[in-house]
Design a protein around this ligand. Structure first.
Ligand SMILES: [Zn+2]
Length: 346
C-alpha cells in the first residue's frame, strides 16, 4: 500500500532525489530503495529501521523525512526551503519525533496522544505527516496495539517510522505491515575514507577508529571526534603490556579511570580486544602489516610468543563475555575481576 498520489503528482515527475541522503554513508541498498520509492511515488505508510546503536538509523530517518517534505520543485531535499531548515533543526511541525517520559517505556498514552489522535489532524504545511519513534522497541504491548490502528488504516498523508535496535521486540502484526530496512555494517574502506576527509585525522588513527567501529559509522565518527581517544588508547596499551605485573585492584582502578573520559567501559574493552586480535593475527601470520597497532609491534610479537592460541582465544572470549555482562548490568567489579583473571591465567 503506498501513500496516495496527490494532485500535484503530475507536476512532480521531474523532481530529482539524486542528492537525497547526501550526509549518509553506506547501506546503499536501503538508500536506493527509498530514493526509488520517492521517485515513483510508492512511499509506504510504515517503516522499521532496524540496526545497532550508532549505525545511522536516526540520520537515515531524518534524511528521508527531509526529502519527503521538501517543497523545492527540482531537487529534493534542497536544503534551503523552510521545510528543510525546520527539518534539520527538528522543528518541522509535520515531522513529529515521539517523546516519552518514562525512560524505559513508551506507553499507550504516549502513542495515543502523540500519534493516534494527532494523525487525524491534517498536516500543518507539508504533503505528509511523518511520525518518527526512536527506540521503538520500548513500546509496550498496549502501545504497540494502539499504534497498530494507525499503521493499518492510515490517513493518506501519514508515514510512521519505527527506529529500533531490536525489531524482534515488535508484535508480528506490526512487522507484517511495515517495510523492514535492516542496517548493515559499512565497509571499512568507505568509513576510513570518510572520517579521514571529514575530520582530518591521520591514517593510523583512522585505521584504529575503523577497526574499532566494526562497520558502525556512528561509532567511527564518534571516535574520530573524541580528542581523548589517543589518550585512552595509550592507557589501554599500557594496561595490556604490563597486566602480568599488576595487581587486580590496580587494574580495576585503571579501568575505572576510563569513565572520566567520554568513552564507555565497553568501548575500552573493545580496544583491548583489538589488541588481543592483533596478537592472535601476528601469531598466525607473523606479518607486521596484518596488525592494527603497528607501532607496538615489539610488544605484540612478545605477547604472541608468550600466549598459546588457546590462551588468546580464552582471553578474547572472556572479553566478549564481560561486554555482555556489563550490558546486562551485572556487577561491574565482579565482571572485570573475572575478565582480568582470565587474561592473567592465559
Ligand atoms: Zn527543501
Amino acid at each position: 500500500m503506498s501513500v496516495e498520489n496527490d494532485k500535484k503528482n503530475s507536476e512532480e515527475k521531474s523532481i530529482s532525489y539524486d542528492k537525497s541522503f547526501e550526509g549518509f554513508i553506506g547501506n546503499n541498498a536501503i538508500v536506493m530503495h527509498l530514493k526509488e520509492a520517492m521517485k515513483h511515488d510508492k512511499v509506504s505508510h510504515a517503516y522499521i529501521i532496524n540496526g545497532e546503536d550508532k549505525s545511522g538509523k536516526t540520520l537515515l530517518a531524518l534524511e528521508f523525512a527531509k526529502a519527503l517534505m521538501c517543497v523545492d520543485e527540482n531537487e529534493r531535499p534542497c536544503g534551503h526551503c523552510k521545510s528543510c531548515i525546520q527539518a534539520d533543526s527538528h522543528n518541522n511541525p509535520d515531522i513529529i519525533w515521539i517523546t516519552h517520559e518514562k525512560p524505559n517505556t513508551i506507553t499507550v498514552d504516549d502513542v495515543r496522544e502523540q500519534i493516534v489522535n494527532d494523525a487525524q489532524i491534517k498536516p500543518y504545511a507539508g504533503r505528509y505527516k511523518i511520525y518518527i519513534i526512536n527506540e521503538a522497541e520500548k513500546m509496550n504491548v498496549q502501545a504497540q496495539n494502539a499504534i497498530l490502528k494507525t499503521i493499518e488504516e492510515p490517513p493518506h498523508y501519514v508515514i510512521v517510522i519505527l527506529i529500533t535496535n531490536n525489531a524482534g521486540a515488535f508484535l508480528q502484526t506490526i512487522t507484517s505491515r511495515c517495510v523492514m530496512l535492516s542496517m548493515k555494517p559499512v565497509r571499512e574502506d568507505i568509513i576510513r575514507e570518510y572520517i579521514m576527509k571529514k575530520y582530518q585525522i591521520p591514517d593510523y588513527k583512522a585505521n584504529l577508529c575503523v577497526s574499532f567501529a566494526q562497520g558502525n559509522v556512528g561509532k567511527a565518527i564518534e571516535l574520530a571526534k573524541t580528542e581523548e581517544f589517543d589518550e585512552v588508547k595509550t592507557e589501554a596499551i599500557h594496561l595490556v603490556k604490563y597486566i602480568d605485573d599488576m595487581e587486580i585492584g590496580e587494574i580495576i582502578d585503571a579501568i575505572k579511570k576510563i569513565e572520566e573520559f567520554k568513552i564507555s567501559v565497553n568501548d575500552y574493552i573493545d580496544i583491548l580486544m583489538i589488541w588481543y586480535r592483533d596478537v592472535l593475527m601476528f601469531k598466525v601470520t607473523n606479518d607486521a602489516n596484518s596488525v592494527i597497532f603497528k607501532e607496538e609491534i615489539g610488544s605484540i610479537r612478545e605477547q604472541a610468543n608468550r600466549h598459546s592460541y588457546n590462551g588468546i582465544e580464552n582471553i578474547l572470549n572472556a572479553m566478549a563475555k564481560a561486554r555482555q555482562r556489563l550490558s546486562a548490568n551485572v556487577n561491574f567489579q565482579l565482571t572485570l575481576e573475572l575478565m582480568i583473571l582470565t587474561i592473567k591465567e592465559n
